[in-house]
Design a protein around this ligand. Structure first.
Ligand code: SF4
Length: 727
């Protein structure tokens, strides 16, 4: 069903939140939308509490249904018409670009945008604005694993195998991953794996809900995962568990890695990380002697200034053991955001064109420019990664205007108070969102956009499986889709009249020629550039021949097959659930080892800041909390932020459970109630990052970034904790 028929209506779609993209059925009846879990290969009928309550936001009283404008700096936002709001955006963009050049306007996207939106946003930046400045919040999420995957395998797909492989692994090593809280239905696969007699080993500085399930929990000091990885490979080498035939036949560069890990005796890793030698040896044995083994990393390993090298350490281990490409074995990254995978493939990254192509590759530029109907030499070059972009806003030589789609950097960026100041310095801040996020509250123009149940499109989940998001209903009056906003802005910037019209999806919109990827004629009236089918048809053509090749993926094929795994270059050919069976994505088909060395965190503890600070998520909240903090049922479960402390540390500070504490770093502070837990190291404190205001964890975090991926070091900085004594 498309949701455009008579009441009651029902549609099979997917959860709007995380990368598991659980299957759900939405039903509209008597003015109410309800959610039901449905059988889908990733969730097998399960949903977490975020999924069950997702429909609550559709008719939420705080939902934005009219554009908002701020007439002067410091003034209040006031309701406005779409015509006035879009005119203000276009006038502002023109003024900034006339005064400061094309790169003075920047675009910031999100890993929750559909593939169509991510693609359209990249095209909008490069063609309509002709700015090099576009990046997105996925830079804060999985960019280190993406960069490590590209340099090792020549392909970045979170899981290069179906999720069901997790249940088949004899040993499963989770590094910095807490799926029991971040994507609970995935735990079914872990349960299945353990019921088959498999070993689950978790590496995490905290006793998380996932670590409690584990057969073995390694609890390293934050920032020392790479030392553990190198020690594991050291043990595998000395014990003879390295698959020498695989290494010789399918990889390059092992000798340098072998020399590099030679000095990583387990005792040396224990001295740095605190992980006992016996646990390092037991982990290496469990991996090295297993018939099938999988190593997964997530944000705990990745969100460091050495995140790419840390992931590479675990990739090296997986390659040395001969795991990638074998059924039930391999290396993967648990992508976080709903379209964390697709969002990083279609050109909203600073250095990227659609199809996961490099923007500095002349062949890629020719191909994409041809699809877009512009000369390749007119396409801008690479921009800068997200934090660098945000930190340059409003500065001399930096962008003076920013358009934000699907992101809330005031809460989610590192060193957030500084980023907030940069946003305030802009000549023009435009935010498209359906709720007044902390970032939208600072904007000069707020554009109310549709929610997931009101739009068609595609998402690509953590397995590289392209899925269909299906609309249950039209957006409410006064609300437009992001694609409609981009289409209108494009028309107006190019001197045309507003083009927006609501598209009712009752019949095929594409001619056979269009379905095979013809570029729509803007303004010709034949197709609507705001229609996701039209955008997807063009995306397929733009991605053809790239790393993430969608040329053979059609919406109909997705409907028939529970999704389609990329690469899928031919309409009549197979998709690719499992990568690397015969060759990797490098020019010679071999995976690349890279020797990587542990180095200290960008900021080390000292007398003034003696504790390690690390951040993460809780089950009932999602990302910057813009959505989940407004859901009553989730607010009841997780009403406020907290600071997790070991009881010994709390005792030294004279802090009792629930008393407010202040966490102070060199960059700022946060205040939240103390939560005492023996499951955290006494030298480390933890806070979730879902809240803004005084409880904003990212006021504290460090803005040091990984030199390769641009990933900020969210997972470790130096702090002190103070008992809050003033009333
Ligand atoms: Fe939604 Fe993720 Fe929860 Fe599934 S696990 S219901 S996709 S938030």
């Amino acid at each position: 069903a498309t949701g455009t028929g008579d009441d009651p209506r029902e549609v099979a779609t997917h959860c709007p939140y995380c990368a598991l993209q659980c299957g759900m059925t939405l039903r509209a009846e008597a003015g109410r939308v309800t959610v039901a879990a449905r059988q889908f290969p990733t969730n097998r009928g399960g949903l977490c509490q975020k999924g069950w309550t997702a429909a609550e936001l559709l008719d939420h009283p705080e939902r934005l249904t009219t554009p908002l404008l701020r007439d002067r700096p410091g003034g209040e936002l006031r309701p406005a018409s779409w015509a006035e709001a879009l005119d203000r955006v276009v006038t502002g963009i023109r003024a900034v670009q006339t005064g400061h050049g094309r790169d003075a306007v920047a675009v910031f996207g999100g890993g929750g945008l559909t593939n169509e939106k991510a693609y359209a946003l990249g095209r909008f930046a490069r063609v309509a604005l002709r700015t090099r400045h576009i990046d997105y919040n996925g830079r804060f999420c999985m960019s280190s694993a993406a960069a490590a995957g590209m340099r090792a395998f020549g392909v970045d797909r979170g899981l290069p195998f179906p999720l069901s492989d997790l249940g088949r692994a004899d040993t499963l090593l989770l590094v910095g991953a807490n799926p029991a809280e971040t994507m609970p239905p995935l735990v079914r696969w872990l349960t299945e794996q353990r019921e088959r007699g498999g070993n689950l080993i978790v590496v995490d500085p905290r006793v998380t809900a996932t670590a409690r399930h584990a057969d073995l929990h390694l609890q390293p000091l934050p920032g020392t995962d790479l030392a553990v990885a190198n020690a594991l490979l050291h043990v595998a080498l000395t014990e003879g568990w390295v698959d020498r035939e695989y290494v010789a036949g399918r990889t390059t560069g092992f000798d340098a890695v072998r020399r590099g890990v030679a000095g990583w005796w387990p005792a040396r890793a224990e001295a740095l990380s605190g992980v006992p030698v016996a646990d390092i040896e037991a982990t290496a044995r469990a991996l090295g002697t297993a018939e099938r083994a999988i190593i997964l990393t997530a944000r705990g390993a990745e969100q460091h200034a050495k995140g790419v090298d840390t992931v590479t350490g675990f990739v090296n281990l997986a390659l040395a053991l001969g795991l990638p490409g074998r059924p039930g074995s391999g290396y993967g990254c648990l992508t976080g955001q709903g379209n964390g995978q697709g969002g990083r493939e279609h050109g909203q990254k600073a250095d990227q064109l659609p199809g996961y192509r490099r923007i500095d590759d002349p062949v890629a530029r020719e191909h994409v420019a041809g699809v877009w109907g512009v000369p390749a030499e007119e396409l801008p070059g690479p921009g800068v990664p997200a934090y660098q972009l945000l930190d340059s806003l409003g500065t001399a030589g930096g962008p003076k205007a920013l358009l934000v789609f699907g992101s809330n950097p005031v809460v989610s960026a590192p060193r957030a108070a500084r980023v907030e100041g940069r946003l305030r310095d802009l000549d023009l801040l435009v935010v498209a969102d359906f709720l007044l996020s902390e970032t939208a509250a600072l904007a000069d123009v707020v554009l109310p956009t549709a929610q997931w149940a009101e739009e068609d499109g595609t998402m690509t989940n953590l397995e590289g499986r392209v899925l269909r998001r299906r609309a249950l209903r039209e957006p409410p009056p006064g609300v437009r889709t992001d694609l409609a906003v981009l289409a209108d802005l494009t028309h107006q910037l190019q001197g045309g009249a507003p083009s927006y019209r609501l598209v009712h999806r009752k019949g095929p919109l594409l001619t056979p020629k269009q379905e095979h990827g013809a570029t729509p004629e803007h303004g010709a009236g034949a197709v609507d550039a705001a229609d996701p089918r039209v955008v997807f048809a063009e995306l397929r053509r733009a991605s053809a021949g790239g790393v993430a090749d969608y040329a053979g993926v059609s919406w109909e094929r997705i409907d028939e097959n529970d999704g389609v795994f990329w690469p899928c270059p031919d309409t009549d050919g197979p998709d690719t659930p499992r990568l690397f069976a015969d060759r990797f994505g490098t020019p010679d088909g071999r995976a690349r080892f890279h020797a990587v060395e542990h180095r200290p965190a960008a900021e080390e503890v000292c007398a003034a800041y003696p504790l390690h600070f690390t951040t993460g998520r809780v089950l009932a909240q999602y990302q910057s909390g813009t959505q989940t903090r407004r859901v009553a049922a989730l607010r009841r479960v997780a009403p406020e932020a907290f600071v997790e402390l070991h009881p010994d540390l709390a005792g030294r500070l004279g802090v009792a459970e629930g008393e407010p504490v202040r966490v102070v770093s060199r960059r700022g502070d946060m205040v939240a109630p103390a939560r005492l837990s023996p499951g955290i190291r006494p030298d480390t404190v933890f806070a979730p990052f879902h809240w803004g205001g005084a409880a904003r964890a990212n006021s504290v975090t460090n803005d040091a970034v990984d030199p390769v991926s641009g990933m900020p070091e969210f997972k470790i900085c130096a702090v002190r904790v103070e008992k809050v004594t003033e009333p």
